[in-house]
Design a protein around this ligand. Structure first.
Ligand code: NOJ
Length: 547
């Protein structure tokens, strides 16, 4: 580990109180697309370290970094071949160490991704499994159905499209698709074929992943985002589902490969492991559960600290639905004593300005949604570029696309490259300041005007809106606290949410709406007009008020 510990004062002090994660604002860095320090067109760990002052200045509490481990990159690093090594694309282990130290110096905590549901097909375990070693038991190998075993063992489909099973040659070199009669088995992969699912019935899998967690905790990370936290345990006997298009059912019903009750035992074990470390190290579950109640099971007191609220992310720009989902989410997590964890965008979904509408309408709504979200009790995740109001890039040519789901039928995640385009830092220059050697996905010509440089200091810019919102949240610690909100009577299409000494008004309609002035305006996503004791809230806007 190369960097010396610095004694310089942090730029802003981390909040020292306990339970820091309950109302933390956490910034997601998609490592390939954040900042490139060596000019190879791909973001890296040094790039992140150099840009940490942007995050400290934005006012977030922590940063979550997507996988940077050794990987053939069949799925953007979610196919890990060595959990303890940094992929040379992204740097070295010492860069990870330097990054954690520097983040801590700046008062930022660091959460790293862990991918326990599957390894890469290049992981030494899987190579040994293919060669017929005992490691075969660490994965799900099964004989096929049909006269010669030429049909998959069951009807499960991959999230990325196609069958969830791939046939291999028998360890003696026979079999496989070209020699069905020679009897090669099939292995399970709920995602790409390059991502074989681990068999969590095997104690060696538990031991190895626990050891990996300890490795990164010893290096100083503050927690883990747990990939596919709902997927490690499969239903006994791996029964057929009997229906096609299973990816569309994810998050809508319990499937024999997702959200099985057995996963909670793993989360309990991991919680004990996290609690064994000094400081509050946390786990955040990426769990797709059909209801708020089932999602809340992942954040019971002896399980993970947080679980992303994808129901909120999936909610359309509809005030009734938003209010229902907010209430149901808060009720469910409160019943287990946990905070709700709000999120609007990430590296797997269409960016929310584009989801909410075309062009300026989408952006107006996105800004309003951000203030609504940041007014809610609980923790919030911000996806890189969201603070710049970046839209989805919808016109990427097919030849530049890299998302595995693009190459396999229609998967649940759709085409995810459009939200992964490297973000702009400067008005002009190579890849708008992302790096000196271009960017692995082309950036639109309009990107320069959306850059950090172009928006800094510009009143009303989306970047300044986020900076101001996070500053207000810091000054009013009550904003993320608590576990419920009160809704006040409001005209149709307007949400008025009351917290202690504070109001958030959100006009979701496409016209301005007049209200009696409810308090002292603190911050608006679009400037309201004041009359004699009244205020007109612009269409698709939110305002924060002190009352
Ligand atoms: C969820 C991750 O966010 C996504 O990017 C990945 O493709 C799948 N899990 C599989 O690891």
């Amino acid at each position: 580990m190369t960097q010396e510990l610095s004694t310089a004062a942090p730029a802003h002090l981390p909040r020292q109180r306990g339970d820091w994660w309950r109302d933390a604002v956490i910034y997601q860095v998609y490592v390939r697309s954040f900042a490139d320090s060596d000019g190879d067109g791909i973001g890296d760990l040094r790039g992140i370290r150099e840009r940490l002052p942007h995050l400290a200045g934005l006012g977030v509490d922590a940063v979550w970094i997507t996988p940077f481990y050794a990987s053939p990159q069949a799925d953007g690093g979610y196919d890990v071949s060595d959990y303890r090594a940094v992929d040379p694309l992204f740097g070295e282990l010492s860069d990870a160490d330097d990054l954690v130290r520097e983040a801590h110096r700046l008062g930022l905590r660091v959460i790293v991704d862990i991918v326990p549901n599957h390894t890469s097909d290049r992981h030494p375990w899987f190579r040994a499994a293919l060669a017929g070693g005992p490691e075969r038991a660490y994965y799900h190998f099964r004989p096929g159905k049909g006269e010669h075993g030429e049909l998959p063992p069951n009807d499960w489909e991959s999230v990325f499209g196609g069958a969830a099973w791939t046939r291999v040659e028998a360890p003696d070199g026979n079999g496989g698709a070209s020699q069905p009669e020679a009897g090669g088995e099939w292995y399970l992969h709920l995602f790409a074929p390059e991502q074989p699912d681990l068999n969590w019935e095997h104690p060696a899998v538990h031991e190895e992943l626990a050891s990996v967690l300890r490795f990164w905790l010893d290096l100083g990370v503050d927690g883990f985002r747990i990939d596919v936290a709902h997927g490690m345990v499969k239903a006994d006997g791996m029964p057929d589902i009997g229906l096609r298009e299973q990816a569309k059912m994810i998050g809508a019903q319990v499937l024999p490969f997702f959200d099985q009750d057995g996963v909670h035992e793993i989360h309990r074990t991991w919680r004990r492991l996290l609690d064994g470390y000094e400081g509050e190290r946390i786990g955040v579950a990426e769990a797709w559960a059909p209801t708020s109640e089932r999602l809340a099971l992942y954040v019971r007191p002896d399980e993970m600290h947080q679980a992303f609220n994808f129901q909120f992310l999936r909610c359309p720009w509809d005030p009734e639905r938003m209010r229902e989902i907010i209430d149901a989410s808060l009720a469910a997590t409160t019943s287990v004593g946990a905070p709700t964890t709000w999120v609007l965008s990430n590296h797997d979904v269409v960016r929310h300005p584009t989801r909410y509408g075309d062009g300026t309408t989408g952006l107006r709504r996105a800004r309003a949604a951000a203030l609504l979200m940041l007014a809610l009790p609980g923790s919030t995740y911000i996806y890189q570029g969201e603070e710049l109001g970046l839209p989805e890039v919808t016109d990427l040519p097919d030849e530049v696309r890299q998302d595995p789901s693009f190459f396999r039928a229609e998967g649940q995640d759709g085409f995810r490259d459009g939200c992964r385009v490297p973000i702009p830092w400067t008005r002009s220059g190579s890849s708008y300041g992302f790096g000196s050697g271009g960017s692995w996905l082309p950036q639109p010509d309009s990107w320069g005007e959306l850059s950090v440089e172009a928006q800094t200091g510009v009143p009303g810019s989306t970047l300044e809106l986020y900076r101001a919102a996070l500053a207000v949240r810091r000054e009013h610690p009550g904003l993320g606290a608590g576990d419920a909100v009160t809704w006040l009577d409001a005209p149709e299409g307007v949400l008025v949410l009351a917290r202690d000494g504070f109001l958030c008004t959100t006009n979701t309609t496409d016209a301005d709406v007049e209200l009696p002035v409810p308090g002292t305006a603190l911050l608006s996503s679009a400037t309201p007009w004041f009359g004699d004791g009244t205020v007109r809230l612009p269409a698709d806007s939110s305002t924060w008020w002190a009352i």
